[in-house]
Design a protein around this ligand. Sequence first.
Ligand SMILES: Nc1ncnc2c1ncn2[C@@H]1O[C@H](COP(=O)(O)OP(=O)(O)OP(=O)(O)O)[C@@H](O)[C@H]1O
Length: 333
Amino acid sequence: MTDNTAVNTPTDGTAADRASAAGPLLSVEDLVVEYATAQGPFKAVDRVDFEVPHGGSLAVVGESGCGKSTLARALVRLLKPVSGRIVLDGTDIATLPERRLRPLRRRVQMVFQDPYGSLDPHLTAQQIVAEPLRVAGVSDRVQRARRAAELIDRVGLPSSALDRRPPEFSGGQRQRIGIARALASRPDLLVCDEATSALDVSVQAQVLHLLRELQADTGIAYLVIAHNLGVVREISNDVVVMRAGRVVERGPTAAVLASPADPYTRALRRASLDPTTIRGVKPRTVLSARAALSAAPDASSPSASPASSASTSPPPAAAPASPASPASEGNRS
Ligand SMILES: Nc1ncnc2c1ncn2[C@@H]1O[C@H](COP(=O)(O)OP(=O)(O)OP(=O)(O)O)[C@@H](O)[C@H]1O
């Protein structure tokens, strides 16, 4: 996502400012995404449609392999759809050439699942969060650093986090950094691809709490990919249920979870809604995460093992042209 001026220009406004535009923020129509396989083209997303209103929150759920991540990657144009439309605020970006897509990329950002692979372990938190600004053409280093510091603070991390590197953070703290990075370009829509699924339940609750706060503050819209209906219940207004690439059920989250019409949704509900999931876990405050990090700067670091795997993964900043700012979670914060 690379729109320069938008990043730090006061007149750019927030997502909430722009929310008055007529029509949905995102409209997906008859979307088909295929992979080329030895057996021929495989339809991973098959004529999917839904809308995300400005400032709204839509969850996409389904079991492993149903096409959720493929859909998410198509929405941020990491994958090019075979057919269908992805209309972002009136512009169909499904097949837009890169040159014309570039200014729009910053408007849709992505938060990834993998807490260890999505942040470059060699960069400081400040550098990670500032990177999208550099890509977006903000040439003033001081300005980038200042904005990164603001964002680090906004996601509940102390200023001492700025100079530390991903291996020194817990999974939940890493996910906060990833969210800060995703927010750097002031997107209208955040696509969260299983963004909390690698976290402990209590840390999931904290991150969901943060996402809700951010939405209340900025009017940002979410498209939340999840397999756990407990997460869906906490974060989304509406839900679509996918099976084998297709939408099998949709509606307001509360209604779908209360009485799912599709047998598949019922099975999914049995599998993922249990008393140990998110509900009932009182999220600790954002401040508590900040305090924890300040109090024991290194104690929460999971650096031992997973950190090394992070170093072998492509740095998140590796997709600067994409809408994505990989962020991830991990363990305890
Ligand atoms: N690069 C690829 N080439 C061929 N098939 C693929 C590729 N990536 C994914 N698939 C297939 O596409 C389908 C959808 O995969 P996708 O990763 O989107 O599912 P998902 O719902 O996100 O699963 P999970 O919850 O496990 O992440 C699966 O059948 C998968 O095997």
